[in-house]
Write a protein that binds this ligand. Structure first.
Ligand code: F6P
Length: 254
């Protein structure tokens, strides 16, 4: 029955909290690897949690990916968000337009009735371009905004999947396997233990600035992401993990 199922999900949430060290876990039924509607359920849960936490004039930084695109899809108008500004957490990670952090941030703002700011950065950044970009006054302004974010919403990907999606070289893919690099988040690649092994050069939020002043919400589901979620949480347990039943079960059986 429904009650038993709910109890099952609450039980998975409690186990995830103690296993991963996250302050809060929210588990939705199903498997987002198998059904796209489950991704929208992750999105619905994420929006509800964001609305609970939001304060006037907050800056909310969001990442890209298909999961975050599903979060944006589920956003609805909210008077408490009128003074909020959405910003992309980091720029230029080689996603398709609809899955880019810029697009997702603008879409969330549009649907919520909030404001947004864009961050224009090419995908491939040379050392020199990087240096001159961060010296631009317009870029500096938005980088300050990103730093000041009180909420950060991001996805977690499986390292190989993300490297393939970004058209990385054979050589890089090989290294990932060899070094047991299993997770990707924010453009950083992590091994099983949660150690950062590679980092995509782009501007925006740097991982080591995620401190207690920010509410960090990670959204990732599907059994195929279990190992990635676990590895990322070894780096830094998030405040809130929103995942699905199959990812949770796989993770807890590892
Ligand atoms: O590329 C942006 C990003 O947020 C990555 O950091 C993350 O691994 C990925 O998207 C998640 O994408 P998806 O939700 O499509 O699995």
């Amino acid at each position: 029955g429904v009650m038993k199922e709910l109890l099952g999900l609450r039980d998975l949430e409690a186990k995830l909290r103690s296993r991963l060290g996250v302050k809060e876990a929210i588990v939705v039924p199903g498997d987002s690897d198998a059904f796209t509607w489950v991704k929208r359920e992750l999105g619905r849960a994420c929006i509800a949690r964001m609305k609970e936490a939001v304060k006037p004039h907050d800056v909310i930084a969001v990442m890209g990916g298909t999961t975050l695109a599903a979060v944006a899809e589920m956003m609805t108008p909210d008077p408490n968000m009128e003074t909020v500004t959405f910003v992309p957490a980091r720029g230029g990670l080689g996603e398709q337009v609809e899955n880019q952090a810029n697009t997702i941030s603008a879409q969330m703002a549009g649907k919520a009735g909030a404001n947004y700011k864009l961050l224009h950065v090419p995908d491939q950044l040379s050392e020199e371009t990087y240096a001159s970009l961060i010296a631009e006054p317009g870029v500096r302004d938005i980088l300050e905004k990103i730093k000041s974010a009180s909420m950060v919403i991001h996805g977690i990907g499986e390292a190989n999947t993300m490297a393939l999606r970004r058209g990385s070289s054979e050589e890089f893919l090989h290294k990932l396997t060899e070094e047991q690099v299993v997770a990707e988040a924010f453009g950083y690649y992590f091994d099983k233990k949660g150690t950062v092994r590679y980092k995509q050069r782009t501007i925006g939020l740097q991982l080591d600035t995620l401190d207690d002043s920010k509410l960090v919400i990670s959204v990732a589901g599907g059994a195929s992401k279990a190992e990635a979620i676990s590895a990322y949480m070894n780096y830094r347990p998030s405040d809130v993990l929103i995942t699905d039943e199959e990812a949770a079960k796989r993770l807890l059986s590892m």
